[in-house]
Design a protein around this ligand. Structure first.
Ligand code: SAM
Ligand code: SF4
Length: 325
């Protein structure tokens, strides 16, 4: 029987984090000195991750997004992805990456059966990119994106929009879609780390679209099946699209179809839910009936909505690299 929560939402999408390590230190994602190291035994092995995936797909999970931390820094990731792609009935296998290692890995990833990549890129200016990522090299990321295109990946680029950080670059990103078939999506900055100045940093999706529409005409794009929470537009004649994802200003909880599992095997039914359940004991004991039961329970308990901007609702600070974005 499919996974359906108590609000009638069908849960068919798993975001699976394979590591909490990362070679970047993005301002909005993790503290400058990184996150505390987790011992090896606390991280799910590939065998355990596969057992989990093979358990959830027959329960109705149709799409798995592999994420992190930076998934491409975990050794053995390509053969793990190949094993995932061979799970019968898994309709979509996709990956989120900062693209820093993509130049060398795009082809093996394509061959492993990954269907799409979401690439995080918050600036097109080398200095600003280095500031946001605390030291990363934009040229490596751009080379990774080029290679991804060459091997035939459709390219989606996620830009975390932050006032005073990269809002002066919105039009440059929009202009990129004119000659490149990229889907560029601006994501409202979320206060995961409970930064006290977060509200002054957030730019709403509406404001982003207004700024772009000051220069370009934007035509709405019809949403596809399993399109996700992005509202997309096209500049007339452009090869690509530009869109907004608005978790802060226009929460999309009513359509939420996802659960998350962290690299330490904690299942979360909402990004902002403090409650999580440790799947490691069930995975390590190979106890599939108990694993299925706990997954059904966590889905049933999925909250109806979480209003990020509501001061009466609060959550523990967390690093997105630990949860998987
Ligand atoms: N390292 C990979 C990457 O950056 O694409 C995958 C993991 S990262 C945690 C997944 C996504 O979460 C990225 O697109 C990142 O921009 C986004 N993210 C992290 N912290 C965020 C925040 N505070 N608000 C909005 N998006 C955030
Ligand atoms: Fe690393 Fe991705 Fe977080 Fe940036 S957003 S620090 S690349 S996990």
């Amino acid at each position: 029987m499919a996974l359906v929560d108590s609000y009638g939402r069908k849960i068919n999408y798993l975001r699976l984090s394979v590591t909490d390590r990362c070679n970047f230190r993005c301002l909005y994602c993790m503290p400058e000195d990184g996150v505390s190291k987790v011992c090896h035994q606390e991280i799910l092995s590939y065998e355990e991750l596969l057992l989990l995936a093979r358990t959830v797909v027959p329960l109705g999970i149709e799409k798995i997004r592999v994420t992190g931390g930076e998934p491409l820094v975990r050794s053995g990731i390509v053969s793990f992805l190949k094993d995932l792609s061979e799970i019968p009935e898994l309709r979509q296998l996709v990956l989120t990456t900062n693209a820093s290692l993509l130049e060398g890995m795009a082809l093996p990833l394509k061959e492993s059966g990954v269907q799409r990549l979401n690439i995080s890129l918050d600036s097109l200016c080398p200095e600003n990119f280095s500031r946001i990522t605390r030291g990363a090299d934009l040229s490596k990321v751009l080379a990774g994106i080029r290679r991804a295109e060459e091997v035939g990946f459709p390219v989606k680029i996620n830009v975390v929009a932050m006032r005073g950080v990269n809002d002066h670059e919105f039009l440059d990103f929009a202009a990129l879609t004119i000659n490149k078939p990229y889907a560029i999506r601006f994501i409202e900055y979320m206060p995961t780390q409970q930064d006290s100045t977060w509200e002054s940093r957030v730019i709403s999706g509406e404001d982003i679209l207004t700024r772009i529409a000051d220069k370009y005409t934007l035509q709405p794009v019809v949403r596809g099946e399993m399109a996700g929470p992005s509202r997309d537009y096209k500049i007339p004649g452009a090869l690509g699209t530009v869109g907004v994802i608005t978790p802060v200003s226009g929460h999309f909880c009513q359509d939420c179809n996802r659960i998350r599992v962290t690299s330490q095997g904690m299942v979360k039914n909402c990004l902002f839910a403090d409650a999580e359940v440790d799947l490691k004991p069930y995975l390590r004991a190979g106890n599939i009936p108990a694993l299925e039961e706990i997954l059904r329970k966590i889905v049933t308990e999925k909250p109806g909505k979480y209003l990020i901007a509501n001061k009466e609702q609060s959550h523990q600070p967390f690093s997105m690299s630990k949860v998987g974005g």
